[in-house]
Structures are given as C-alpha cells and as structure tokens.
Design a binder for this molecule. Structure first.
Ligand SMILES: [Cu+2]
Length: 358
C-alpha cells in the first residue's frame, strides 16, 4: 500500500478498537507469518512500520455513560467502551482529537507521554476541559529521537495512556468510572503486533471488572500479541502473566542476543504507570488457559485475575482449557484461599470426592 493513510477510517472493521496511522498495515500483518517452527523458533520478523505520510490526523471521540455506572470513550457515538479505544501514533505525527462530552459532568482527555500545550492539558487548573454537553479540541504531538549538543533526547515512542482529568478536581470520579485507554506511540521500524489487549488495574478492578467477569484475552498458538498495561486508582499493583516473559524495555522486545535488558514476567503497575510488551502466544509452553493477575496477594484474592486463553493454532480449544475456565468461573477466580472451606469436599453420588483438584 503506497499511502497507508488512505487505509484509515475510524469505522474500519479491521481496526475497530485500534486507530493507527496506516492501520491497514497492522490489519494486513500476515497471521501465518508468525508460527512456531521446529524447536519453538519463531518464523520471520514482522514487517517494519512505514514512515508516516501525513503529519496531522483528526479523530472524534465521544465520552458516554454506560450501564453499571461506567463511563467510557468511543470513536463514534454509541460505541464507548471501558477501556477506551487504543489510540496509536507514529513518532512525528500530530493527533487532533475532537472530544464530544455527552454526559452531564465536566470531563476531558489528558494524555501521557506526548506533547501538548496548556489548552490541551485537560485539567481544570488550566481551564482546558469539556463542560457538560460541550465539544472541545485537544491536540497531541510527538517527536522522534534527536541528538542535541551531543546528547540523545528521547522521542515520544512508548506505551502510554490517556484519561479524564477534569471530573471532580483531578478526574478522580471519571477515571474510577472508566474514562481511560491506551496510547501507543511507535517508532519507524517497530514491530507491529497481530493482536492487542489493554489491561487496566484500577483500584481493585481489572478494566473496571472483578473476577470472574474480568476480560478473557484470546489468541491462537503462535500469534504475536501485545499487552498494554496501565495502572490507575489509589493503590499499588504488580502485573504478572503466567508462562510468558518479556524484556523490561521500551518495546518489551529484545533487540538481539546482547540486549542487556532484564527479562521479566512480573512488573509494577502503579497509578499512572504504563508499559507494554509483545509475546508469542504459547511460545515454548503450548496452548492452554494461562492466568494473568495482580501479584499483590489480597488483590488477586479479591478478584484481580483473568485468563489469557491460548488456543490451538487452528483455533480449537486445547485439552483441559474449558475445564480450567469453568473452574476459574466457579471459584469466581478469587477468594479461594480466604473463603474455601477447610472441610474436605462432599462426596458425590458415586462416592467419589466431587470437587475437582486444583
Ligand atoms: Cu493489585
């Protein structure tokens, strides 16, 4: 595709929750190119991101009330979600966001990691917010890395996020209700994922849900998936993903054999923090229902846990996975250690202990 910007339409069904300059490139990433070869080797590297061919892009977002007391952002009227849509930019690009506030509360959209002036700050302090029912434009810009008097200055690329900063005094009720989402700024040459998952630890909730209603993220064995992790609320968290690991770096990917980045499978995810990484689903461990959770124990017990379901490469369920999911849902995925009776399980009619083993 010679002009990736021509691919971009907010209604593009291939990028319903992801908006990227050249989103067609992301959508067109060949799924079959990422397969586990013999010995678990990963097949060819992803295509590099194209250089942006436009510098300013305009989108409209809607802040809307949702059932259950939640409030979300969406890219079209009636499509708000919690978390909001993943917004993606290339370094060097500017995003002009027209935010439509359909609620009866003042609110805003405030980004992390990108450049903006005080009029786009999103804070009441700077008088930059939407009154109830008001429409307002926010402008975010990004820069590439540059060498300044012998020093490399960081560009904007990173796994960032956006959220309300005006409901109440600091956006506290807005964030609590779900006005947040992921913002990914990519550098030309970055590897693009095949799937994306946004995980927001917000007080004692994951994406404003508690287990067993937390999101179940699904991929096929060998697909390269991107997790974007964001912390909000009033307490500390740690994000842990079972059976997968990543580099503690900007991209979460090692740059080569000599990359000194620490490799982790657990990372702090405190209020305002964000990070992202890509893993090959099931690489070296196979398909299955793998857990993700907050590793603060009483948070996990309290419902901050969910499932990363790695299906077989053909999309079918791997043996035992449905049983694992049922077990998770039956236990609520939490409260096991705190609430499970100490007494042994009752026998069923056959005289066998009816409670499946853990
Ligand atoms: Cu936690």
């Amino acid at each position: 595709m010679s002009d990736p910007t021509s691919e971009l339409q907010p209604a593009n069904p291939l990028s319903r929750r992801s908006l990227l300059l050249g989103a067609g490139v992301l959508a067109a990433a060949p799924v079959a190119a990422y397969v586990l070869g013999p010995g678990g080797a990963v097949a060819p590297a992803a295509a590099a991101a194209p250089a942006p061919s436009a510098t300013v892009r305009r989108i409209t977002m809607y802040a809307e009330r949702l059932p259950g007391g939640m409030v979300g952002y969406g890219l079209a009227a009636g499509t708000a979600t919690v978390p909001g849509p993943v917004l993606e930019m290339w370094e060097g690009e500017t995003l002009e966001i027209t935010l439509v506030n359909t609620t009866d509360q003042r609110l805003s959209i405030h980004p992390h990691g990108v450049n903006y002036d005080v009029d786009s700050d999103g804070s009441p302090f700077n008088d930059s917010f939407n009154e109830p029912g008001e429409t307002r434009v926010y402008v975010w810009s990004t820069v590439p890395m540059a060498r300044d008097r012998g020093i490399w200055m960081p560009g904007s690329a990173g796994y960032w996020h956006y959220h309300d900063h005006a409901w109440g005094e600091h956006g506290t009720p807005g964030v609590a209700a779900g006005l947040y989402g992921a913002l990914v700024v990519r550098r030309v040459g970055d590897v693009l994922p095949q799937k994306q998952f946004t995980v927001v630890f917000n007080d004692m909730l994951v994406n404003n849900k508690a287990a067993p209603d937390t999101p179940m993220f699904e991929a096929k064995l060998g697909e390269r998936v991107e997790f974007i992790c964001i912390g909000h609320g009033n307490t500390f968290h740690t994000f842990h993903l079972h059976a997968h690991r990543w580099a503690n770096s900007r991209t979460g990917l090692l740059q080569g054999r000599d990359d000194p980045s620490q490799v982790v499978d657990n990372r702090d995810l405190n209020p305002g923090d964000s990070f992202g990484f890509q893993v090959v689903a099931g690489l070296g461990v196979g398909p299955g229902a793998w857990m993700y959770h907050c590793h603060v124990q009483f948070h996990a017990d309290g419902g901050m846990a969910g499932i990363f379901l790695v299906r077989n490469a053909d999309g079918s369920m791997p043996p035992g996975a449905q049983e694992s999911i049922d077990r998770f849902r039956g236990h609520g995925g939490h409260a096991g250690a705190a609430v499970d009776p100490v007494a042994p399980p009752l026998p069923d009619e056959s005289g066998q202990a009816g409670h499946p083993g853990h």
